[in-house]
Ligand binder design. Structure first.
Ligand SMILES: NC(=O)c1ccc[n+]([C@@H]2O[C@H](COP(=O)([O-])OP(=O)(O)OC[C@H]3O[C@@H](n4cnc5c(N)ncnc54)[C@H](OP(=O)(O)O)[C@@H]3O)[C@@H](O)[C@H]2O)c1
Length: 260
């Protein structure tokens, strides 16, 4: 298909798994994160395709614009931009500091906003393109209370994603905007979360959902690129859980409390 795909947060976890899956499907890749060595390892596991690496901090607008510029310089165009970089937190609402909230917004909201604003003009010029924003099931069902400001930031990302999709559908119907909401995924996400005191086993925050592997999530993301959808839950249990939550929030919360 000769597509060029940009992936932020591609140095480990879900982003690295998406890179391996898309390389297997023959896409050219631009991989961005802050850790160059780890990006090089991911690139060498994708040796069947062309890969360009960009060391960048996605909380910096200039760095995100540089990812776009380097991608276009390396491959001539971008077809798909995946805003995957993100970070969690372990801190309940009443303990949140200004710095906690600022970092959750910078890493999970502004990073993706910068990505959308950097690449959509290029998509508009070409009349096509695809934004994929990596959110979380916690944006829809925010019951893991230690993830408080993370869930809030991802909920903001959900809204920005939907708003952009509606705006573009009117003027540029060839541009797709997708939101992906994984449940628990077995990566080092919990270990790297702000305020984490060490590895947290997946499932330790009271979710009834079975954790997925990064590879399972990567296949679903690759399928969304092949066949664009507005919103996707990656965990098969998520639809039913979200429906129960939206039908009766108080009942859902009391049942979740008795389970934990
Ligand atoms: N794991 C889960 O259970 C889960 C569930 C739902 C949603 N998600 C979402 O899925 C995405 C990937 O998570 P993951 O589980 O793969 O987490 P992870 O293993 O901690 O990986 C996070 C990735 O984001 C990059 N990153 C973080 N801050 C960055 C920054 N300021 N600039 C550039 N890159 C940055 C990291 O690279 P560097 O450190 O090298 O920069 C790393 O490649 C995130 O958006 C996360 O919120 C995860």
């Amino acid at each position: 298909m000769d597509r060029t795909v940009v992936i932020t947060g591609a140095s480990r976890g879900i982003g690295a798994a998406i890179a391996r899956e898309l390389a297997r499907r023959g896409d050219k890749l631009v991989l961005a994160a802050r850790t160059r060595d780890a990006l090089e390892d991911v690139a060498s596991a994708s040796s069947n395709t062309r890969v360009h690496i960009v060391t960048a901090d996605v909380t910096q607008r200039g760095d995100v614009e540089r990812i776009r510029d380097e991608a276009i310089r390396a491959f001539g165009y971008v077809d798909v931009w995946i805003n995957n970089a993100g970070r969690g937190i372990v801190r309940p609402v009443l303990a949140l500091t200004d710095e906690d909230v600022d970092e959750m917004v910078a890493t999970n909201v502004k990073s993706a906003l910068y990505g959308m604003q950097a690449i959509v003009p290029h998509f508009m010029e070409r009349g096509r393109g695809h934004i994929v924003n990596m959110s979380s099931f916690l944006a829809r069902v925010p019951v893991a209370t230690p993830r408080s400001a993370y869930s809030a930031a991802k909920a903001a990302l959900n809204s920005l994603t939907a708003n952009l999709r509606v705006d573009l559908r009117r003027t540029h119907p060839g541009i797709n905007v997708s939101l992906v909401m994984p449940g628990l995924v077995a990566t080092e996400f919990a270990r790297y979360a702000r305020g984490s005191t060490g590895p947290v086993p997946p499932g330790a925050i009271g979710s009834p959902m079975k954790p997925q592997t990064a590879e399972e999530v990567a296949v679903i993301v690759a399928d969304v690129i092949d066949d664009p959808a507005a919103e996707v839950y990656t965990n098969p249990a998520s639809h039913a859980v979200a429906a129960r939550y939206l039908a009766d929030v108080a009942l859902f919360e009391s049942e979740a409390e008795s389970r934990s």
